[in-house]
Design a protein around this ligand. Structure first.
Ligand code: MRU
Length: 350
C-alpha cells in the first residue's frame, strides 16, 4: 500500500491532495501540496483541520520535506534539514497534540535508521511510516466507533459540536465514528449539530458529512443547545478532542466547555471520543494546554459576510478547555474509560 485516497486527503507518492475544507459545502475544490511548505500552509490556513487529520497530514508533509532534501547524501546535513522541516510543520497550529505526536513518530523512525540506511532508504521508510499513520487512523476510528456505539440506544438523539468526523481524520471520524458505528449496527440515531461559530465547522462540515451518509441531522445555532436540552430532545453529547491532559481535562473547539456545562445541568451524559494520539500524558492538566488564537476577522465575518466594522475589537480563542469533572467517559480505541482519569488515563499506555 503505497497510496491512500479518502474524502479528506490523497497521498499520490509525490504530493498530498486535500479537499479544501474552507469552501465546503458550497464548493468542492482540491488543493495539491507538492512541498512540505505547501502542507504547512494548508494546515495553518485550515484547508485541512481536525486533530487526527492534521497529524497524518504533517506526517506526509515530513515525507515531502525528506524528498525535497534527498540530494543531501551527507546524513548530518540531511538530518539538520529535517529538523527544520519538523519545525515548520510543528509551527502551524499549537493546540492539537496529534501534530506533534505524528512529527515525533516520524523523527524517531528517521533517527532509528540514520546509522544503517542511506538517505534514499530512509525516505522510503518514512513514506511507509506516514502511510501506516494514515491507515492506522482509519482502523483506530473504527475501534472507537465499536467501543462507543454501545453507549447509545436505538432512537437516541446526540448533540455534537464542531466536526470530529471523516473530514477531521483520515476517514470515518471519532465522535461521528461513534454515531456511524451505531447506525451501521441498526440503531436509529438523530444528530443535532451545533453550527460552531466562528468557523462553522458544524454547519458547513458535520451537516454535509452526516447528510451524505444518510444520517438524520438537525442544525442548530450554538445558543440553542441549552434550550434543546431543556426540551429533553438530547440523550447524549459526543465531541472530539484536540488534546487530553493526564487528568482528563481536554481542549476542543471553542464552545465545547459551554455544551459540557449545559449537559451537566440537564443530567445528559457527555462523552469525548478520541484516539490515544490525542492524549498528552506529559501535560498534567488543562491549564497547561496551549490555546490557539486566530485572526479576528473570523469573528467579524460570518462565513464570507462582514457583520461588523473592521475596527470592532474581537477576542478569538479557537479552543477551550473542559474540566474532567464534566466528562462522563472518554471513548478510545482501547476502550471506554471513566473517572478517576488520573488513574485510568495512564493505564491506557501500559
Ligand atoms: O480548528 P479545528 O477545526 O481544527 O478544530 C477541530 C476540533 O476541535 C475537533 O473537534 C477536534 O480536532 C477533534 S477531530 C476528530
Amino acid at each position: 500500500m503505497d497510496k491512500i485516497k479518502t474524502m479528506t486527503m490523497e497521498w499520490t507518492g509525490n504530493s498530498l491532495i486535500f479537499i479544501d475544507q474552507r469552501f465546503l459545502p458550497l464548493e468542492e475544490i482540491y488543493v495539491e501540496c507538492k512541498t512540505y511548505q505547501d502542507v504547512a500552509k494548508s494546515i495553518k490556513d485550515m484547508v485541512v483541520r481536525g486533530a487526527p487529520a492534521i497529524g497524518a497530514s504533517a506526517a506526509f508533509g515530513y515525507v515531502l520535506g525528506a524528498k525535497q532534501n534527498q540530494h543531501y547524501n551527507e546524513k548530518d546535513r540531511f538530518f539538520q534539514e529535517m529538523q527544520n522541516v519538523k519545525k515548520v510543520l510543528g509551527g502551524t497550529r499549537p493546540t492539537a497534540v496529534n501534530l506533534f505526536w505524528a512529527l515525533n513518530r516520524m523523527e524517531k523512525v528517521m533517527e532509528d535508521n540514520l546509522e544503517e540506511k542511506n538517505v534514499k532508504e530512509i525516505i522510503d521508510i518514512l513514506e511507509k511510516e506516514a502511510l501506516n499513520i494514515a491507515y492506522e487512523d482509519i482502523e483506530i476510528n473504527k475501534a472507537i466507533g465499536r467501543n462507543g456505539e454501545k453507549l447509545l440506544d436505538d432512537g437516541d438523539a446526540v448533540l455534537t459540536h464542531c466536526n470530529a468526523g471523516a473530514l477531521a481524520t483520515v476517514d470515518y471520524g471519532t465522535a461521528l465514528g461513534v454515531i456511524r458505528a451505531a447506525v451501521e449496527n441498526g440503531k436509529r440515531i438523530h444528530v443535532y449539530v451545533d453550527e460552531t461559530r466562528p468557523y462553522l465547522q458544524g454547519a458547513r462540515l458535520t451537516v454535509w458529512e452526516l447528510m451524505k451518509s444518510g444520517i438524520k441531522t438537525t442544525l442548530i445555532s450554538d445558543n440553542m443547545a441549552g434550550w434543546v436540552m431543556k426540551q429533553q430532545k438530547i440523550n447524549a453529547v459526543i465531541v472530539g478532542a484536540d488534546r487530553i491532559a493526564r487528568n482528563g481535562d481536554f481542549a476542543n473547539k471553542i464552545g465545547t466547555y459551554s455544551v459540557a456545562v449545559l449537559a451537566k445541568k440537564h443530567g445528559i451524559p457527555f462523552y469525548v471520543a478520541a484516539p490515544l494520539s490525542t492524549i498528552d500524558i506529559e501535560t498534567e492538566n488543562g491549564n497547561a494546554i496551549p490555546i490557539e488564537e486566530r485572526n479576528k476577522d473570523e469573528v467579524r465575518f460570518c462565513y464570507k459576510t462582514r457583520v461588523v466594522r473592521d475596527d470592532v475589537d474581537v477576542y478569538n480563542p479557537a479552543f477551550d478547555v473542559t474540566p474532567h469533572e464534566l466528562v462522563t467517559a472518554i471513548i478510545t480505541e482501547k476502550g471506554v474509560i471513566r473517572q478517576p482519569y488520573e488513574k485510568n488515563i495512564p493505564s491506557l499506555f501500559v
